[in-house]
Design a protein around this ligand. Structure first.
Ligand code: AMP
Ligand code: ZN
Length: 476
């Protein structure tokens, strides 16, 4: 079965086919953070859904080229640097660093490139695009010296957001980067300098000023990925005006379809409202970690609901995530112990590898269905229940345990939630395996020596019905 994704542009589930002739390369652009403060976990819901999509594409054999921009100049960053009384770059730097740290904590794969809007090459690319739009009659300099996109000359404007422009009252021009459809109008591409901008400005054919937020993404996406992308993602709040504007600007310049598949995630909510800076109802990742939760627990809590369904954030939800992960951790530990055990290699029923293979397909097929995480997790927990039962009954052979561990490795290349603490270093695993062999050969003295060696390295080992049980001592 092929991968199918919900495309916001058509409002339909569509079969995914990349543009590239090789049929394998996928170009993906994901709107990144505005670095005027630390990202909140609502923002990370969007980045986690994009990570899950990338990981699934990779598990299906695609090579993903992903770009995520860093918005380090806009209305909010300028306001922030002025309030702090420092240059723009000094103000945004710690938030950029914080963002990369947070990506690591949440195990979000790095994009190939994180272009910054203030990079002179990007500013030059933005100016070039605006120049093209002006030359085609799609943009004009207004009496306030700013340059605006002329939406009436781009008939497709409103298609992504499914607006009928004829029914909406145009309010003329809007200089703000973010606005509602009620104030639909020509949006700013280049904002003429005014006193509120202080030292933040660049020279352009239209005088001193700075780019609008929307042109930043059009320029950075096409600079780094080319005129046409396979996938463009963001949260639903990006659909209008941001992504609508990106289509108008880019297609206005290239004359080609900009993006094949538009994917948007629903919001992380708090008591029925979008988690957002402006409402003040947000938690940064750092706030949640300070309450004793780990990055992988936050990751799981934000991933476990389908990306198009709103997700209400609560600390009870965090507890549930913790419980689910404990269940997975305990299962992995049991399988590891059983797989290292020499007893029962013969004569006991071994779970067949075709069975795990079939379940791997089942897991991946759930993801093929527009990233159906609920169905995918149901496959995981059903298998955990069954293998735990087989372990309880002593009917899972070490080889069976090993193949389940291999199965999990594939699953976890997408979920990325395995506990680091559960990882057994290779040298320890070798000693455990040697001890299993010694026990199989009834070489009890050797088995005891290996136990002492493990103890000296900080690992306790206990023999049980299910095989050797390892425990890591403090400091090991
Ligand atoms: P911003 O820094 O506001 O441009 O947002 C960065 C990304 O986070 C965008 O893709 C937004 O759509 C997304 N986003 C913002 N708030 C939320 C939320 N509460 N839930 C999910 N995604 C969000
Ligand atoms: Zn963007």
């Amino acid at each position: 079965m092929s991968l199918r994704l919900f495309n916001t542009y058509s409002r339909e589930i569509e079969e995914f086919r990349p543009i590239a002739d090789d049929g394998r390369t996928v170009k993906m652009y994901t709107c990144g953070p505005t670095v005027y403060s630390y990202a909140h976990i609502g923002n990370f819901r969007a980045y986690l859904f994009e990570d899950l999509l990338q990981r699934h594409l990779e598990a299906r054999g695609y090579g993903v080229e992903r770009v995520m921009n860093i918005t380090d100049v806009d209305d909010k960053t300028i306001r922030g640097c002025q309030a702090a009384g420092v240059p723009l770059g000094d103000f945004t730097e710690p938030f950029k660093q914080g963002f990369f740290e947070d990506l690591g904590t949440l195990r979000i794969k790095r994009a190939q490139a994180f272009p910054e809007a203030t990079d002179p090459r990007q500013i030059a690319a933005m100016i070039e695009m605006i120049r093209t739009l002006v030359s085609r009659g799609l943009a004009y300099q207004a009496d306030d010296n700013s340059v605006y996109f002329r939406i009436k000359n781009f008939p497709a404007y409103g298609h992504l957001a499914h607006f009928n422009l004829d029914e909406l009252q145009s309010t003329g021009r809007v200089k703000n980067d973010e606005y509602e459809k009620e104030s639909i109008g020509d949006f700013a591409l280049w904002k003429a300098w005014d006193e509120a901008d202080g030292a933040v400005h660049w020279e352009s054919p239209w005088g001193r000023g700075r780019p609008g937020w929307h042109i930043e993404c059009s320029a950075m996406a096409t600079q780094l990925l080319g005129d046409q992308l396979d996938i463009h993602c963001g949260g639903v709040d990006n659909i209008f005006p941001h992504h609508e504007a990106e289509i108008a600007q880019t297609e206005g310049c290239t004359g080609k379809q900009f993006v094949r598949y538009w994917l948007h995630c629903a919001h992380l909510m708090v008591d029925g409202q979008k988690m957002s800076k402006s409402l003040g109802n947000f938690h940064t990742l750092r706030d949640v970690l300070a309450k004793g939760y780990s990055g992988r627990e936050v990751r799981y809590a934000l991933l476990r609901v389908h990306y198009r369904a709103p997700l209400n954030f609560t600390f009870e939800g965090m507890q549930e995530a913790r419980q689910s992960l404990t269940r997975i951790d305990d299962w992995i530990e049991r399988l590891r112990a059983r797989s290292a055990d020499a007893d029962g290699e013969n004569g006991e029923r071994s779970a067949s590898s075709t069975r795990e293979q079939a379940d791997n397909d089942q897991f991946s097929r759930a993801f093929d269905d527009d990233l159906n995480i609920s169905a995918a997790l149901a496959v995981v927990f059903e298998n955990i229940r069954e293998t735990n039962r087989a372990l309880d009954d002593g009917i899972l052979a070490p080889a069976g345990a090993r193949s389940w561990l291999e199965w999990w490795e594939k699953i976890d290349s997408v979920l990325a939630v395995t506990s680091d603490a559960a990882g057994i270093p290779a040298d320890i695993a070798t000693l455990v395996e040697a001890r299993a062999q010694a026990r199989l050969a009834k070489e009890w003295r050797k088995s005891d020596e290996l136990r002492d060696q493990l103890a000296a390295l900080g690992w306790g080992v206990r023999d049980s019905k299910e095989g050797q049980k390892l425990t890591r001592r403090a400091g090991a």
